[in-house]
Design a protein around this ligand. Structure first.
Ligand code: PEP
Ligand code: MG
Length: 596
């Protein structure tokens, strides 16, 4: 038995057999179920035959012009039948029950090691030819329809995923009815994968540094998102605890409680909306009692698409479906928030299957969000037209369009001009275009500092604390090495939130907060004390938020916030907040440790 400790990002305890996913390597590795081994070997054989045909064809074309080079392809053809290569790959697939791409890579490492040892320089240089051939085999494996992602959908029910990192695009393609939970080496509490885990309500632990190396495929593990740990080879007692938790999950309140609008003990209404990543999450949001969608991360539509290309029709259907599904409540669609690298990695390596192939590790400070959309008018126009068309089907104001990653007034004006252009195009087509609300996410310090100026240009603000915290504190939100410095309670963060709230109030526009901070009930009470009354959060956090708010009086929360704004350190602030948490019968400010 071994305990690995990380950052619990989604509560609950589950046990299961480990499926190891390595994404940072060029090739994804995962386990193949016994019953699928035959198919996996078939893919390998098809790839060999396809490679053979291509090489014969290449050889013929090269020989016609440069006869002396044809032998390169003869050598590669011979290697295709070398027992150290394809036969060895098949052996690895069978013995280790892994996917063929990974096995090809492994066999190549073994093969290369032998080449490195030979004294003959000519022979040593032939490694380049092997590498070329291996690349071809891998490419042809991808052609075969059965991509790693397809196979991931076929995991068996007892799986838990242990990965170096789990990018949102890959996570989006996993069949979560099969996977019980996951743990990753990388990531922090507000990384998108962590956010996704909470939406999916699967227990998850991130920031484990090297779990994907320590845990073996097929090994029994317990993932305890509540206690922030992964137990490898658990004891019977740990397993029994996990089984009990799975049998009796903490069910958030009864129907009446869920449907009751959120309010403080003294009757002040607080609006709670939901953050969602997939249109299918709508049902969960409604079930949790959300009063609308406060943030739809539309870029998740791009997972599996090529570049930013999802057709107008497809997007229109999705947005319209969301508005209809959420009626009569509002839906806030954030336009694509991706960066150039994420799009580029998708374009240059389609096998990666999604916009976040390089994951959360990209700096994400460059050409991202609205900045990127403004430089790519075509996909931006497609998205805006789809949104405006969807808005035709609902009363004015129910669809809200929100621009991410805004850092200047100029960008907002330019974006508004783009909205006008999209609407003019629809008018030309003979379609009526209703007015829609336009807002921005305040998540870059420059936007927060100019909130008074931005407020004159838009209809609403949403404070995106996930990014605002990382840029204010200069702490990468997905980097496990600095996760301790990622601190929502830093006095700078509380001040910046108050500044934005004041600017919005002065200009009479609504302001909500959609960062993960709001999902933590204790932090939520502080935010209410700071004057915020609208929030958007992961649906699973809504029932707990309602419960905590119902126990608190606004005047007390205001007094608490006033006391906290005078404090200088995070430690002092935490101590002061702990008095509130104790009042709610809870022990810690991390959402994971609070019962939901
Ligand atoms: C945020 O930055 O707070 C936010 C809600 O958006 P995301 O987590 O998608 O960056
Ligand atoms: Mg953000």
């Amino acid at each position: 038995m071994r305990r690995l400790s990380g950052i619990g990002v989604s509560p609950g305890i589950v046990s299961g057999r480990a499926v190891i996913l390595i994404q940072r390597a060029q090739v994804l590795r995962y386990q193949v179920a016994e019953a699928r081994l035959g198919q996996e070997l078939d893919r390998l054989e098809k790839s060999r035959e396809r490679s053979r045909r291509q090489l014969i064809d290449l050889r013929a074309r090269v020989a016609a012009r440069w006869p002396e080079l044809a032998s390169i392809f003869d050598a590669q053809l011979l290697m295709l039948d070398d027992p150290m290569l394809v036969s060895r790959v098949a052996e690895i697939v069978r013995d280790q029950r892994v996917n063929a791409e990974w096995a090809v890579q492994q066999a190549f490492h073994e093969f290369s090691a032998v080449f490195d040892e030979v004294a003959d320089a000519y022979l040593r240089e032939r490694k380049g030819d092997v590498s070329d051939l291996v690349g071809r085999l891998k490419m042809n494996l991808q052609q075969d329809g059965a991509t790693p992602r397809d196979l991931l959908r076929e995991l068996d029910e007892s799986s838990v995923i242990i990965a170096d990192e789990l990018t949102p695009s890959l996570a989006a393609q996993i069949d979560w009815t099969k996977v019980r939970g996951f743990a990753t080496d990388a990531g922090g509490r507000t990384s998108h994968t962590a956010i996704l885990a909470r939406s999916l309500e699967v227990p998850a632990v991130v920031g484990l540094h090297n779990a994907s190396k320590l845990v073996q495929a097929g090994q029994l593990v317990v993932i305890d998102g509540t206690a922030s740990e992964v137990i490898v080879d658990p004891t019977a007692e740990d397993l029994a605890r996990a089984a009990r938790a799975e049998e009796h999950p903490t069910i958030p309140g009864g129907d009446a409680e869920r449907r009751r609008p959120a309010a403080t003990a003294d009757g002040v209404r607080i609006r709670l909306e939901a953050n969602i990543e997939f249109p299918d999450d709508l049902a969960g949001a409604k079930y949790a009692g959300a009063e609308g969608i406060g943030l739809y991360r539309s870029e998740f539509l791009l997972a599996g698409a090529s570049g930013m290309a999802v057709s107008e029709e497809e997007q229109y259907e999705i947005y319209r479906g969301m508005l209809e599904g959420m009626a009569p409540d509002p839906v806030t669609v954030r336009t694509f928030d991706v960066d150039e690298d994420q799009i580029a990695s998708r374009l240059t390596d389609p096998s990666q299957g999604g916009w976040a192939a390089d994951g959360e590790r990209a700096g994400r400070q460059g050409l991202r969000g609205l900045r990127l959309s403004l430089t790519r008018p075509e996909p931006f126009q497609v998205q805006l037209r789809a949104l405006l068309r969807a808005a035709q089907h609902c009363p004015q104001g129910r669809l809200r369009i929100m621009f991410p990653f805004v850092s200047s007034v100029e960008q907002v004006r330019e974006a508004r001009r783009m909205v006008q252009e999209a609407s003019a195009e629809l008018t030309r087509r003979g379609e009526a275009v209703p007015p829609v609300s336009i807002g921005v996410v305040i998540e870059i310090p420059a936007a927060a500092y100019t909130a008074d100026l931005l407020a004159r240009e838009v209809d609403f603000f949403t404070i995106g604390t996930n990014d605002l915290i990382q840029y204010c504190l200069a702490v990468d939100r997905a980097d496990e090495r600095v996760s301790r410095l990622y601190e929502p309670l830093h006095p700078a963060i509380l001040r910046v939130i108050v500044m934005v709230r004041r600017a919005a109030r002065r200009h009479h526009i609504p302001v909500s907060l959609c960062g993960e901070m709001a999902s933590d009930p204790v932090l939520l009470t502080l935010l209410v004390g700071l004057g915020l009354t609208e929030f958007s959060m992961t649906p699973a956090a809504i029932p707990g938020a309602k419960r905590v708010l119902a126990e608190a009086r606004l005047d007390e929360l205001r007094a608490l916030a006033r006391r906290i704004m005078r404090l200088a350190t995070v430690e002092e602030i935490e101590r002061e907040l702990a008095t509130v948490a104790a009042g709610f019968g809870r022990t810690s400010r991390t959402g994971a440790s609070l019962e939901r």
